[in-house]
Write a protein that binds this ligand. Structure first.
Ligand SMILES: Cc1cc2nc3c(=O)[nH]c(=O)nc-3n(C[C@H](O)[C@H](O)[C@H](O)COP(=O)(O)OP(=O)(O)OC[C@H]3O[C@@H](n4cnc5c(N)ncnc54)[C@H](O)[C@@H]3O)c2cc1C
Length: 455
């Protein structure tokens, strides 16, 4: 589609030079980490809330799609403007407006990078818990829109548990605030949690009031290897059933360990499964925390349990997990990166099912991830045209198994474009209808990020 002159005039009046329609700029904002791409017709760079209101009103008047964009690192096509239209890149709304240690609150614009926020908070002795591996490159707005998370979620929660309030603009062009800045809120519907994870389909976020956590005094790292996945899963259940909640509880299956070892050598142990465990807290209490978690990690099937004596050894213990990304890239440039979730007790059944599918489809699949949440990255690694063709059917079966085990499609990456066809597998028709009703209330003309999330 090309934009009507009247809309281009309106956008020019709102944005001046911050409206771009050149081929190079359009191409640069056509893609995300899903590797899908569709050209937008224009890109704008808002610098304030009022501009975003004017932008949404102008797009609504012309029924033109409007897609919010942080830094384009999501993996599901959520930021790809599939129907063309206007991309609003929030990269120039990147100010930290206020850090308020007394109330454990930070107020930020959506374009601030997660890593930059963490660095600024550290100076005050605080952090914001969501810690995606992409922290250095992704925006808080993108984190909120995807409910993106990482290893710390097992102890500290995701953006939904770490956000007090939002300022946003609905698809009507109406600006509004929801939530607040207090630790308790019981004032009507929780629109803050609703907008978090809505992937820019309900409203554009222009400001967020985030809940901060004091930085722990210290951290300790342990690595446990097990004879098989079942033994590791039982250890996870024991660890989660005692009072010391780890701040990371990461899992790798035998295939992932072998792949990492092929890439990085003997620093990676060989085992049926491995857990990386971290505990944090006061220096004075850490030894007791390590002891409690070590006790819980020990049991039938444990091969080796090592606690790092210092940061250098901790880094060495993490070597296997860190080697996994480059190892996967080395065998496939077309990695299909999923983030399914199952109840922790079903982790062995899922790993077993994935192993069966890998054999049946003759397709390499590695399984690793956030064991404490039952949130596993099931990564399909097709190496040639035949494997790429089989990967689609295999993925559909992975999702079917996950749902049959009482799980769900995504724990942190979201739905976007790529998982949208599978939504009816995960949610009942009545639930999807309620979601469609919510979408209509926020965005009656369907201009915000069309083609995403809801089938
Ligand atoms: C190397 C790598 C590692 C990663 N590791 C992790 C990980 O550990 N955990 C994890 O959860 N994810 C991870 N991701 C995925 C990705 O980084 C996250 O989804 C991140 O939150 C996306 O942020 P972004 O700024 O790039 O947003 P984008 O990709 O630009 O956008 C994502 C979604 O947010 C919407 N959006 C952006 N800004 C706004 C706004 N202001 N208002 C409304 N909607 C908005 C977009 O429309 C889109 O739907 C990783 C990605 C890469 C490339």
């Amino acid at each position: 589609m090309s934009l009507p002159d009247s809309l281009l005039d309106a956008l020019h009046a709102i944005f001046g030079d911050a409206l771009q329609t050149g081929a190079a700029e359009r191409l640069a904002y056509a893609y995300d980490d899903s590797r899908l791409n569709v050209l937008p017709d224009a890109v704008v760079f808002p610098t304030g809330h009022a501009q975003v209101e004017a932008l949404v009103r102008a797009c609504r008047e012309h029924r033109v799609p409007l897609v919010a964009r942080g830094r384009g690192t999501n993996t599901t096509g959520a930021a790809v403007p599939v129907n063309g239209g206007v991309v609003a890149s929030f990269e120039r709304m990147d100010r930290i407006l206020r850090i308020d240690p007394a109330n454990r609150v930070a107020v930020v614009e959506p374009g601030v990078l997660n890593g930059d926020l963490q660095a600024a908070l550290a100076e005050h002795g605080f952090f914001w818990p969501p810690d995606p591996g992409s922290a250095a490159w992704c925006s808080v707005g993108g984190n909120l829109a995807c409910n993106a998370a990482g290893p710390r979620t097992v102890k500290y929660g995701s953006p939904r548990e770490n956000t007090f309030g939002l300022r946003a603009v609905a698809g009507t062009g109406e600006g509004f605030r929801c939530g607040g800045q207090t630790t308790k809120q019981a004032t009507g519907y929780d629109l803050t949690r609703l907008l978090i994870g809505s992937e820019g389909t309900l409203a554009l976020v222009t400001e967020a009031t985030l809940k901060l956590t004091p930085m722990p005094g210290g951290i300790r790292t342990l690595r446990a290897t097990y004879a098989d996945v079942g033994a590791a899963a039982q250890a996870v259940a024991r660890i989660m059933a005692q009072p010391v909640t780890p701040c990371a509880l990461e899992f790798m299956d035998a295939v992932a360990l072998q792949l990492a070892r092929d890439h990085a050598g003997e620093v990676v142990p060989l085992a049926g499964a491995m857990l990386m465990i971290e505990v944090d807290g006061d220096e004075a209490t850490l030894a007791m925390a390590v002891e409690a978690v070590s006790r819980a990690a020990s049991g039938a099937g444990l091969l080796e349990l090592r606690a790092a004596a210092d940061p250098a050894e901790a880094q060495a213990l993490w070597a296997a997990r860190k080697a996994l990304s480059p190892a996967q890239r080395a065998i496939s440039t077309d990695k299909i990166n999923e983030d399914v979730v199952v109840p922790v007790s079903q982790v062995p059944a899922l790993v077993e099912a994935v192993r069966g599918l890998s054999e049946r489809y003759a397709l390499p699949i590695v399984t690793f991830g956030h064991a404490g949440n039952g949130n596993l990255h099931v990564n399909l690694l097709p190496r040639d045209a035949g494997e790429r063709e089989r990967a689609g059917a295999c993925l559909a079966e992975v999702f079917e198994r996950v749902i049959a085990l009482g799980g769900t499609l995504s724990g942190e990456h979201g739905i976007g474009l790529t998982k949208r066809p599978f939504m009816p597998l995960a949610l009942e028709p009545a639930t999807l209808d309620l979601m469609r009703g919510i979408k209509r209330a926020f965005d009656p003309d369907g201009i915000l990020n069309p083609g995403k999330v809801l089938p």
